[in-house]
Design a protein around this ligand. Sequence first.
Ligand SMILES: NC(=O)C1=CN([C@@H]2O[C@H](COP(=O)(O)OP(=O)(O)OC[C@H]3O[C@@H](n4cnc5c(N)ncnc54)[C@H](O)[C@@H]3O)[C@@H](O)[C@H]2O)C=CC1
Ligand SMILES: O=C(O)[C@H]1O[C@H](OP(=O)(O)OP(=O)(O)OC[C@H]2O[C@@H](n3ccc(=O)[nH]c3=O)[C@H](O)[C@@H]2O)[C@H](O)[C@@H](O)[C@@H]1O
Length: 471
Amino acid sequence: MAPIKVTKICCIGAGYVGGPTCAVIALRCPHITVTIVDLNQDRVDAWNSEDFKLPIYEPGLEDVVRQARGRNLFFSTDVDKGIKEADLIFVSVNTPTKKTGVGAGFGADLHYVELATRRIAAVADSSKIVVEKSTVPCRTAESMRTILEANSKNHCRFDILSNPEFLAEGTAISDLFKPDRVLIGSLQTEEGLEACRALADVYANWVPQERILTVGLWSSELSKLAANAMLAQRISSINALSAICEATGANIDEVAHAVGCDSRVGPKFLKASVGFGGSCFQKDILNLVYLSESLHLPEVAAYWRQVVEMNEYQKRRFSKRVVDTLFNTITGKRIAVLGFAFKADTGDTRESASITLIRDFVAERANVHVYDPKVEEEQIWMDLTEAMPQLPAETIKKQVTLCSSALEACKDAEAVVIATEWKEFTLIDWETVYANMKKPAFVFDGRLLVDAKKLKEIGFKVTVIGRGNGL
Ligand SMILES: NC(=O)C1=CN([C@@H]2O[C@H](COP(=O)(O)OP(=O)(O)OC[C@H]3O[C@@H](n4cnc5c(N)ncnc54)[C@H](O)[C@@H]3O)[C@@H](O)[C@H]2O)C=CC1
Ligand SMILES: O=C(O)[C@H]1O[C@H](OP(=O)(O)OP(=O)(O)OC[C@H]2O[C@@H](n3ccc(=O)[nH]c3=O)[C@H](O)[C@@H]2O)[C@H](O)[C@@H](O)[C@@H]1O
């Protein structure tokens, strides 16, 4: 068969993955035209905005978009045109956990993937390589192929590839510039391997050959779920140990360092925290749990489910420690929560531990003062109303105040809770914070961020995750 050369790429879905990933492809491959399409007009308008007020915050992203937009990078709501013109199409739509029906609460909602696939089938009038970029359950490519083949016109060929994305938010651009690996899964047929080579050639414009891994379709799909499950499992493991540290007087940072020095374990992803958040860890593990159950592997399902349960326990445990320490009641007390994003360097709040903490504090009838350097106010209100459906919005607004700086949030507070590891929280002037707080002044560090000894010297009562009360 004739070699395929990719010259036009379309990406369906201009979100946290589709946007940065395809912007970097456009930057690194000036000879390829990249069009990112989305049904969401506001999102596309933001990507196209003259002042580069992009819909997502990601360090380095604006620079990439500034260089490539209008040259060979385009954003549009014309999904059909994007599909028609492309020879390779990334499907990078959302795959949230199902809310209702079979598999509710566990399985992936593949509705958006299916709609995008059906759209490709409906409008494509020439052969395409269709690439699953979204994280999907094992064997989703088969369903996509069935839909495409059943609807294909003009004898169009569709080759399906799996090319999961491993970027982390906050470091997306550097992850994309220098990925640990690019994974491409294909059918092991002549056509499948040729499609795989064509996509590998795109990445080869900037990724060293040895980092481009080519495997079977099902291995590729499963590897993405496995990677996220194993990363989250490390956090739940260290968080489980943090509870033992608090009860025994061991120090979780010292334990993590000692364990991570073993080259077989490695030092990364062993930072104890108030719990992992983000749009994917929980969703992908639940997806793996559902897959295991469907395959009649209940022990495997129970094993992975425990990673999520431990995370829920960690968040609950932390809120309880706040209440217990504040003399068993926080009713009417002012609590400053520093950080609303699920991690530093992103404005994303999906599954953020901060939401759970604030919900718990509001349930205890505390007055919560929140500050985050990047998250939009509107987003915070949306997340809190969704997290507390039983409370009228006015009640939430009575108990929660949004602040424009850490100092403002901490003023007159009885306790400060650090929920996100923003760098600016390491630079807080704690002397001033202390002077402006009610006494005794408490600090609860859910991110191992503060110098506990120094804060104690100032006069704070300090509680740190993974350390006993004696610190
Ligand atoms: N957020 C992350 O850091 C990572 C996410 N992933 C996976 O990538 C996928 C996408 O995630 P995000 O980019 O975070 O989601 P997102 O929600 O930010 O973006 C998805 C976009 O797809 C659009 N969309 C949905 N259906 C469409 C259709 N039929 N036609 C056109 N546009 C459509 C939505 O309007 C939305 O803008 C998910 O499967 C996720 O699990 C993978 C690695 C990292
Ligand atoms: O599929 C995805 O969506 C992505 O999920 C994660 O990326 P992300 O969720 O953006 O961010 P992480 O850096 O993994 O952090 C996830 C959560 O774990 C927490 N975390 C991380 C590391 C750690 O040691 N301790 C810890 O509590 C973070 O604060 C955050 O709340 C993975 O790291 C990416 O490889 C993957 O592509």
